[in-house]
Ligand binder design. Structure first.
Ligand code: SF4
Length: 348
């Protein structure tokens, strides 16, 4: 196994005695023309192509399974060079109010194999943490998804398997490639990082010049309720976490998102709704309410429509922007980590 070309920035590539403009050409083949092999890089001299082939690997991932559902959400299971599996989910924008389909395609990306954070609703946490993805393995999910689905992705959400901020250095390197004009050239305002709530890394991200959007998996509006769902709350309780988010909001001046999975009898009370209003107001955040998706092996339930609507009404009455997200791709196990979990169980 050679080093992965996508793991390195162009200035670190070993191109032998070739002039510097070759770096731009190679980057163009990789990120603009989405070349799948060095052989396709036809404007490079044969000696350089041989050198690249002998020094680096190009393919970070192999498509193991592609599932699509009738609402055209597609789920991609990837096999890494290490033999591990990760997944990405491609979500088309819903038809708008006039029934027009927008051309926005969002890719939900993984950043780790497994996850150490053990959020109680999540399949990724069930098998524990295995390893961090490299920058190239993160970026390759975008390039390979475009190749296999013939779709141009214009929106990214780091919300797949793993806690992105726990793989902070590799995430930043991947973001640099994604954002750079020589890379994928995707504007930071089309990129959202979703975290379970690592307060110190939220502060670090706030110092970065990139205007990345932040989404926080809140799921409980008080420490006692959040702790039932998010073990990370023990390490970073709400007061500390919300302070870090307020700092992010202050520095970036971007509307952040609070994700809130509604679980029957656990976090769907009117008291929680009232506290959520307080947090959303302080952070100038919008709220995504996500009725719980059943996960094999977990026994929580989705609240009734009456309870969901009653919870949302508290937010709306307080003029908080809140949407109830009827989960897309429910029928293809698009909740994070479920497809990989099935693959692991099948292989066991
Ligand atoms: S929700 Fe995210 S942080 Fe929590 S266990 Fe799942 S993958 Fe990890």
């Amino acid at each position: 196994m050679h080093p992965l070309l996508l793991d390195l920035p162009p200035e670190a590539w070993d191109l032998g005695p070739e002039p510097d403009y070759r770096r731009k050409q190679v980057a163009e083949w990789l990120y603009h023309k989405r070349a799948a092999s060095v052989a396709e890089m036809t404007n490079l001299p044969a000696a350089l192509r041989r050198k690249l082939d002998a020094t680096y690997d190009l393919a970070a991932l192999k498509l193991a399974k592609l599932q699509g559902s009738h609402d055209t959400t597609r789920k991609l299971l990837w096999e890494l060079r290490s033999g591990d599996y990760i997944e990405s989910v491609l979500i088309p924008a819903s038809p708008d109010l006039f029934g027009e389909r927008s051309d926005r395609f969002t890719l939900c990306l993984s950043t780790q194999v497994g996850c150490a954070y053990g959020c109680k609703f999540c399949a990724s946490g069930l098998e524990g943490f295995k390893r961090n993805l490299t920058p190239g393995e993160i970026v390759a999910q975008i390039v390979e998804t475009e190749r296999h689905t013939k779709t141009r992705i214009n929106n990214l959400v780091f919300m797949g398997m793993g806690e992105p901020l726990a793989n902070y250095a590799n995430l930043l390197q991947a973001l640099a490639i994604i954002n750079a004009p020589w890379g994928l050239g995707l504007g930071a305002r089309h990129i959202t990082v979703s975290t379970s709530g690592l307060a110190p890394q939220i502060r670090l991200l706030a110092e970065q010049p990139l205007q990345i959007r932040l989404a926080l998996s809140l799921h409980g509006a008080s420490d006692d309720v959040r702790l039932k769902i998010m073990p990370v709350n023990r390490k970073y309780p709400l007061a500390e976490l919300l302070d870090a988010c307020a700092e992010y909001q202050e520095k970036k001046r971007k509307m952040m998102t609070l994700e809130y999975i509604l679980i029957d009898g656990v976090n769907d009370s009117l008291d929680q709704a009232t506290l959520l209003v307080k947090h959303a107001r302080r952070l100038h955040a919008k709220v995504n309410l996500i009725p719980y998706n059943t996960v094999d092996g977990l026994d929580w339930r989705r609240p009734s429509d009456f309870v969901i609507d009653r919870f949302a009404a508290v937010l709306h009455a307080a003029k908080i922007t809140a949407t109830v997200r009827r989960e897309k791709g429910h029928d293809i196990d698009a909740a994070c980590g479920q497809l990989r979990l099935k693959q692991l169980k099948a292989a066991a």
